[in-house]
Every structure is written in structure tokens, then in C-alpha cells.
Design a protein around this ligand. Sequence first.
Ligand SMILES: *Cc1c(COP(=O)(O)O)cnc(C)c1O
Length: 375
Amino acid sequence: MINFNEPPYTGKEMKYIAQAVEKHKICGDGEFTRKCSKWIEEKTGTAKCLLTTSCTHATEMAALLANIKPGDEVIMPAYTFVSTADAFVLRGGVPVFVDIRPDTMNLDEKLIEAAITEKTRAIVPVHYAGVACEMDTIMEIANRHGLIVIEDAAQGVMSAYKGKALGTFGEFGCFSFHETKNYSMGEGGALLIRDERYIEDAEIIREKGTNRSKFYRGQIDKYTWVNFGSSYLPSDMNAAYLYAQLEMAEEINGARMACWERYYERLMPLKEAGKLELPTVPEGCTHNAHMFYCKAADITERQALIDHLKKNDILSVFHYIPLHTAPAGQKFGRFHGEDRYTTKESERLLRLPMYYGLRLEQVDEICDKVKAFFR
Ligand SMILES: *Cc1c(COP(=O)(O)O)cnc(C)c1O
């Protein structure tokens, strides 16, 4: 059986978790949380990284920091995970869904401007599969209209656009360290903050509305309740698990990349024969092999391919029922313009197994079975 996903594991996780436990420091903001945040800050060049309990929570923090109010409109793709929209809906915001580009499955930057109204407050690009959205265009539009950009970079850790890390373009960037992502702590995420002016408020919101972070750094003698907030900081035990992988990020990235390239090479004959579409990585985008997807002719052929692979003990999945077609999407949001690609392309897309530890021979076996299906 070849699983679709297995959580990343390098071998040092248990040792680091034991260290956190032996130090009697298992709550948030301990040694491993600091190490992970510092690693992310150095690797991405962001002004500040705060580890969070999930990417969903990082996005919620961004919505609070952006001061999203009831009725404020937030432009995003409908082809995304529910969290992208949820974070804003919780504040009374209205997701305005815009069509995607069929080549990258990312928000079509050319359609953003027409969706802007006087209520628009933010743009939320989602870097699907760790392949960057067209950030030069998106930032230019946002700057011209005075909009905040919050990047859903859940899948984009270690990816870049024109050499700059994803999650560092907008005011806020959100990473996920869920079990299904390239680097994991079970459940967890991070908020990347571009401008220093937001750091103090972000630390307060993350610590139940208190200035405890300042207190821990010895900047004040006692801490108190200074603003609204919640509890968005993860346990140091979870951070310990994550740190084991961040230390080996290059190796993990390299191994995933090798699998991705192998898929691409082995499935190329099917693409050339017009039977299967393969992912596109535009120039200037450095991706992280977060996923390998392909596109069948339509939803029927996709299901037949999933069934065929399953019969051969290979688990493949599809995902993202477009949010504007879901009950909550209809209740809380609206689609602007025409759904030319979102539904059609989402129905053709199939994700093949991809995880750290997947072997090249297994990739070959999967590709052989995919080829057998089309024969
Ligand atoms: C995984 C994912 C999320 C949610 O991440 P959590 O850490 O589970 O909250 C949000 N957006 C996208 C695009 C994702 O892939």
C-alpha cells in the first residue's frame, strides 16, 4: 500500500520533545518555539515570525490585525481550503471569490481589479501547491488601492517568487505545519509579519490580550490585560517536533523535489500524448514540491483513475470543492465575475502520493499504474 501522505519524521523529534519535557517547559514560547521562529525569520527575511496553533489561527490573527469589520470585502480564490475564508467570516467580512488561472490554480491576478469595490479591504492570494501567485501584479494593485495583502502561504514554506520567500510580500503571511504539510508539528502554523509596527499588537493578540511577551523579555515588571486577544500560541512540545525538521529543511525539500521531478519526467509521455495535464511552474517561481497533481479529462475520468490506483494499493485524492458552491460559501460570500476555470479545473485535478520518505521506486510504480490506466 502506498499512502497518500505520511507526516514528516527525521528521527530527532522524540529527543527534542524529551528535552522540552525534561526542562519542565511545555507551554508556549519556550526554547523550541524560539528556535523555530528564529529559523523562519532568518530563512525568509521576515521582520517577525510568531508560531501559532495553526495556519487557520495565523490567518485569524491577520484578520484581527488588519481590523476587518462586518461588511468588509476580502478578495480570494474559491479554489482553496475553508480556513482562507473562515478567518474573515468570523469578523463579519465577506469573501469575494475571483476565478483562478488554469495553469497554476492560483487567483487570476488579471481579474482582481474588477472585483474591487469601496468595501474591499484586503486581497488574500493562496500559493497553491507552493507555486507563487503573481506577486508583483498583486502588490501593485494592493498599493494603488490601499489594500492589505494577507498571503495564505500554508503550502508555501521554502518556496519563493523571484528569489523572495513566500509569506513575506504582504503585510502578513500565514504558514501551516499541519501533518499534511512539508514541515509539521501535528497541528500548528506561523504568522509572518512584514512591518515592525504590527509586532506589538500581534504579540498581545496571541497572548490573550496581555503584554506577557514584553514581560518575559524583561521589558516591563508585570503583565496586564491591554487589548482583545485569544490564545494562539502552541505548546513547546509541538515546536520541538517541528524543529527537528526545520534543521533538515534542505534535505527534506531536496527529497520531495526529487520525487516531484521523477513524476514529471515519467508522466511526460502522457502529457505529450494529450492524455494528462501536468503542473505548470511559471518563470520566477521556486516551488517546494508540496504536491504533485495532474489533471484528467473530466470528473468521470478522474474518479476512474482514483479507483484504478486504489485497486493497485495506491491512494490518491482530490480536494477543494470550490467554496462558492458550498453552503457556507453561499451564505457568507459571493463570486465575482465568471466561474470559467474554478469548478471545471477543480473537477479534473488529482493529487498523487507525496511525502518525505516516499521512494523513487514507489514513484515509478505509481507512474506505471497511471500509464496502465491510459493504455
Ligand atoms: C493546510 C491549509 C490551511 C490550513 O492550515 P492549518 O494549519 O490546518 O490551519 C489553510 N490554507 C491552505 C491553502 C492550506 O493548504
